[in-house]
Structures are given as C-alpha cells and as structure tokens.
Design a protein around this ligand. Structure first.
Ligand SMILES: [Fe+2]
Ligand SMILES: [Fe+2]
Length: 202
C-alpha cells in the first residue's frame, strides 16, 4: 500500500485532515520560497505518521525502532512520534529522501541550524488553517516575510506555553530558540516579540 493510502488508516479522521492541511500549507510555503513543493508536500503528509503509535504498537506491527525510542517515550511522549516517524516511513514505504526524513524528525521540537525544509514543516504544522489560536496569522505573516522569523516565532511560542503549563521541554526546543537568539539581529527578534506579546500577556 502507498503511504497516501495507508496513512488515513493509521490515524483518526481529524488527524488526517490536519495532516492534509499541513501538507498543503508546507507546499504553499515551498512555492513562495522556491523550495521543492513535492518534498514539502510529502513531508507534510508523513510528518505525523507515528502520532497514534507507541513503542509497544511499533513492535506489535513487526517494525524496528531505535534503542532510545522507549526512554524518549517515557520522558518526552508528545515529541516521540516526530523522532520515530522517519524510522516508520523508511520501513513501511521505503522513504529515503534525507530532507523529508529530517523535516519529519524536527517538526515538533525544532533544533539549532535547521535545514530549509525543517523550518518549513516546523512552521507549517503550527500555522495550518485548522489552528484556531490568535497568533496563527502573525506567525504566518512572519513565515512569508522571512522563514527564519517564522521558525523563531514558533519556537518562542512553543516554549512560552510549555513553561506556562509546567510541561517537560525537549532540549532541542531550547537549542532551536537559542540558535535564533544568536543568529538573528536584535531588531528582528524585537519585531517578533512586539507582535506576539500582546496576545500572551492579556
Ligand atoms: Fe506532530
Ligand atoms: Fe502535526
């Protein structure tokens, strides 16, 4: 079975509509930034392929996973699917495109020095039109202005809410934000903060 046929069987109908919107959003951003639309769309469709799995279900399907899968699931369950997704995509559908696999891996946490497709999917997952939070449109505007600003805005917002809600935070999310703090001009960082703060302090 192709991944296009099998993916909807691996997740809820709601999750599948999210996945399709992420793929379309990623393809539109790729078109804007003259990156590969087909890679962006494929990464979008595949990004949550492990979302409704667990280490036990991966074994139950006769699939392999790396040794860090179970400890990662125990400590950082919400981001586990992003790290294991590429292993599932390789084994089930023979996906070998390194840009696609990398974007899948980093779509949830982000990381320092992301590739273009990593940034694109990291942002697309956050701004797909089904997201109803008020900062969605602001992040989208930044992403169309400068993909780095869009990615920084996503990392900033993710950290804000994880801290506020006393959740565990994967180290790569900190590294992602710190990378932009080090590499983006102060004036650009301020532009993002000024646009987002009114929504966060109200
Ligand atoms: Fe995800
Ligand atoms: Fe997603």
């Amino acid at each position: 079975m192709t991944y296009q046929d099998e993916l909807p069987l691996m997740m809820s109908a709601t999750r599948w509509t999210h996945v399709q919107r992420v793929a379309d959003t990623a393809a539109a951003l790729a078109r804007h930034w003259q990156l590969s639309e087909s890679e962006a769309h494929q990464a979008g469709l595949l990004h949550d392929c492990a979302k409704q799995l667990s280490p036990a279900l991966v074994y139950a399907q006769g699939l392999n996973q790396p040794t860090w899968s179970e400890p990662l699931y125990v400590t950082y369950a919400p981001v586990w699917h992003a790290f294991v997704g590429p292993y599932i995509a390789k084994q089930k559908w023979g996906i070998k495109n390194r840009s696609v696999l990398s974007a899948m891996q980093w779509h949830s946490t982000g990381r320092a020095a992301m590739r273009d497709l990593d940034k694109l999917l990291f942002v697309a997952d956050y701004i797909e039109p089904g997201r109803s939070f008020p900062t969605r449109e602001i992040v989208e505007n930044f992403a169309y202005q400068d993909l780095n600003l869009g990615a920084y805005a996503v990392a900033f917002l993710k950290l804000f809410f994880l801290v506020r809600d006393h959740r565990t935070i994967h180290p790569d999310t900190y590294k992602c934000r710190e990378f932009y703090i080090r590499t983006l001009p102060e004036s650009r960082l301020k532009q993002v903060h000024d646009a987002l703060w009114p929504f966060l302090v109200s």
